[in-house]
Design a protein around this ligand. Sequence first.
Ligand code: NAP
Length: 296
Amino acid sequence: MIDGRTQLVGLIGWPVEHSLSPAMHNAAFAALKMNWRYLPLPVPSQRVDAALTGLAALGFRGANVTIPHKRAVFSALSSLSPQARALGAVNTLVIEGDKDPTIRGENTDASGFTAALATAGFTSAGCRALIVGAGGGARAVAYALIEGKAREVVILNRHVNKVQEIVDWFSVQLRNHARLRAETLSLSTLVAAAADADLLVNATPVGMWPEVELSIWPSEVPLPPHLTVFDLVYNPYETRLLQQAQRAGACVVSGLEMLVEQGARAFSLWANRQAPIYVMRQACRQHLVDKVRSKG
Ligand code: NAP
């Protein structure tokens, strides 16, 4: 029941209607019998500062931040966590204090990625990683791997200047940036780099619903079975790339695990208690199943 003691959190972005986060967090609150609600809050770019002031004024305990506001929120924050500063992006806001509330910017994407990898039994320390894509997801993954003491991180992207931006950014932000290398994405660079890698991460939207037949890995080339393959795409749960990896005998990790782990960290920052990860994962998977059913 919603009443005068209901605590509010939400998601600011534009658009927000396809997000799994409301289903995931509301399931967690219900499972723990917490009088909290998570709301999707569509906010256009020109109203980001006003929205943050409004969240604090309305007594919200926090929010998630998604595209395109992950950097735009910076100017309205009271403080930033080291991870958010190093990544240049915020995905979680923590609002504290009743009379004069402060808003802290956090980023749980990198630690969510690390936790999902660990759950699959993969250790970053000493590994050679290959990331395909150079957007916000790739940046969080590269940061997590460098901080996790990976031996080498190679990033491939169609437009190599975008990877170079990541390399330049981390050369200022991180001590271990020398382990980071940028190359242009092509069939030959992908296959050659994968042969030398322990971990392959798809950080592009390739294979995302509705284009579920697509994969970054060419169908005519066998995928190296020694790889662990992590697809950041979480809809569908099992992408074409993960199917190829499974057929080759490689280990696989779904992007849904990262989504749930980053959500669990946000939950703990707001509620100061451990998140019910199992419930959150189930809620996300059910939401995806329901979406597919409703479409056909
Ligand atoms: P983004 O900032 O828009 O970056 C997308 C990247 O993918 C760009 O580097 C782009 O290359 C590349 N790309 C796009 N289409 C491509 C294609 N057809 N072939 C090769 N490369 C292509 O996106 P993002 O925020 O990083 O997200 C990427 C994916 O990861 C999305 O599916 C997103 O949902 C997912 N993600 C999941 C999580 C999670 O928690 N599981 C977290 C973050 C992101 P160019 O620069 O050459 O255009």
